[in-house]
Design a binder for this molecule. Structure first.
Ligand SMILES: [Zn+2]
Length: 490
């Protein structure tokens, strides 16, 4: 997040390192999320459902008593990681065998020819023309039609940080590349961002099959389980310098990746097959950041707050709502329990900020447990309370899940208008700017267990992360108007 002026490429976040030219993933430690609350149905959306499936908060992972796949794996140590990976591939095979002919008007799905397990910490073997020593990775190798994974570091770290379904997600992504080669859904191999987006979309389509209870091997809850899988996507990002829209290693921003996953989950493999350069370039935030070179973070201090307040006033001006007063004085608000890190007081139309907590949230994310989500995530908390003032002016209720989703959508709309080239050919507003990293901070914060971006006036978050991210995305992509129409209580 930055004020427009300088032209230095910002390299703020280092979340893992892409280690090879394969379709690869990189990893950082994540965090567990909690879900609570009683979902209710209302208006044009449902909080009892996730994309048409009931909200569940049961177990996620291997199904008790699931069979053990006999799929041959080269180099295996027959340990727990390989067993998990083997079962994942078997299940993903089952899924594609069932849907492939119909989705792509083609013949049967052929499983990949070879599966290879290796230990990145070991002496290394030749796989796909490269030595695996030190390659903390999982990848699909088109010439050999093989999927390989590092059982020594990558898989256990994914399992520890996000749970076993993270391992399944990574293999589903790699199988997505194999599907592309079979179905010829991407015309040119140099459109890396399209290949990656589509593989994430196929991953989402497969996870719907698991969420529907159709998997022999795995189960996943549509609440916390899906949050964790989306969390994996949002923690696996391009390395600095490799986030060019057309770069050879472009997996997409976290926002792009979660978007693609949700498309696949919502609409199935046919939607994924429609992804092409045009489709992706219309909505990617990477494209904007690639063009809009940015400077540094916006510190959470008086000056930064003033810049954000100005920006919020500019973006929400057309709503006609009276701008709220923003203060760091935590003065009491009659009848309103304070919410952290900001409180909206409707009786006085005032937002009071807890500055130290905002500054904590603004710390750049890294592996350090003390780190926050980043500057944008902090200011998005302020924007969320501002969005409540706009809703209040419109006579909308502020204390139900619809208010939480409208808030997420409006924060998305605000940030979408600060991108140098707003999605959908809108014009950017004011002089404050965000880049893809900022939007990603928003997605990470939304998947966290606290925070206000998708919370109502009482600080109650919408229980399901999938819905929070979706509402935020609607705002980023489509602007303000769907925020009140789509998320209206009946
Ligand atoms: Zn990939």
């Amino acid at each position: 997040m930055a004020r427009v002026s300088t032209r230095n490429r910002r390299r703020k976040r280092i979340l893992g390192t892409a280690l090879s030219a394969f379709t690869c993933i990189a990893l950082v430690a994540g965090c567990a999320q909690q879900i609570s609350g009683t979902p209710t149905t209302m208006g044009s959306y449902s909080t009892t459902e996730v994309a048409g499936l009931p909200v569940t908060n049961g177990p996620s992972g291997p199904k008790p008593g699931a069979p053990e796949s006999p799929l041959p794996v080269e180099g295996t140590d027959n340990g727990p990681m390989d067993k998990l990976a083997r079962n994942a591939v078997a299940d993903i095979d089952d899924y594609w065998t069932a849907v492939f002919p119909e989705a792509f008007h083609r013949q049967q799905f052929a499983p990949v020819k070879r599966l290879v397990s290796y230990d990145a910490g070991g002496p290394g073997t030749q796989v796909c023309g490269e030595n695996t020593a030190g390659v903390v990775n999982a990848f699909y190798c088109p010439p050999d039609d093989l999927i390989a994974w590092d059982r020594g570091t990558l898989l256990p770290e994914l399992d520890n940080s996000f749970g076993p379904m993270a391992v399944v997600a990574v293999l589903a992504h790699e199988m997505g590349h194999a599907v592309q080669h079979r179905a010829r859904t991407v015309r040119s191999d140099d459109q890396v961002i399209v290949l990656e987006q589509q593989a994430d979309c196929f991953t989402g389509a497969y996870f719907r099959h698991v969420a529907e209870g159709s998997s022999k091997y795995f189960q996943i809850s549509t609440g916390q389980g899906l949050n964790e899988v989306m969390g994996v996507l949002s923690f696996i990002r391009d390395s600095p310098g490799k986030s060019d829209f057309q770069g050879s290693n472009a997996h997409g921003s976290a926002f792009d990746r979660v978007t693609a996953f949700q498309y696949g989950f919502d609409e199935g493999p046919q939607r994924c097959a429609k992804m092409d350069f045009n489709d992706v370039s219309k909505r990617t935030t990477l494209f904007s950041s690639w063009k809009a070179e940015q400077d540094t973070d916006l510190p959470v201090d008086q000056k930064g707050l003033e810049a954000v307040e100005k920006s919020l006033r500019e973006v929400f001006r057309d709503t006609g709502a009276e701008p709220p007063r923003i203060t760091t004085d935590q003065s009491a608000c009659a009848g309103r329990k304070p919410t952290t890190p900001a409180t909206y007081c409707e009786s006085t139309n005032t937002i009071s900020l807890d500055l130290p907590t905002l500054q904590k949230i603004a710390k750049p994310p890294n592996k350090d447990v003390e780190s926050g989500y980043g500057d944008f995530a902090a200011y998005a908390q302020v924007a969320s309370r501002y969005a409540l003032s706009v809703q209040k002016a419109a006579g909308l209720p502020l204390d139900d899940p619809a208010a939480g989703l409208r808030t997420a959508c409006m924060v998305g709309a605000w940030s979408g208008l600060l991108v140098e080239d707003p999605i959908g050919k809108r014009n950017p507003v004011g002089s404050l700017r965000v880049v893809a990293d900022d939007i990603d901070e928003g997605v990470s914060a939304l998947l966290g267990e606290d925070g206000l971006i998708a919370a109502d006036v009482n600080g109650d978050q919408v229980p399901v992360g999938f819905a929070r991210v979706e509402a935020f995305r609607v705002g980023v992509q489509e602007g303000m108007s769907p925020c009140t129409t789509k998320y209206s209580a009946s």
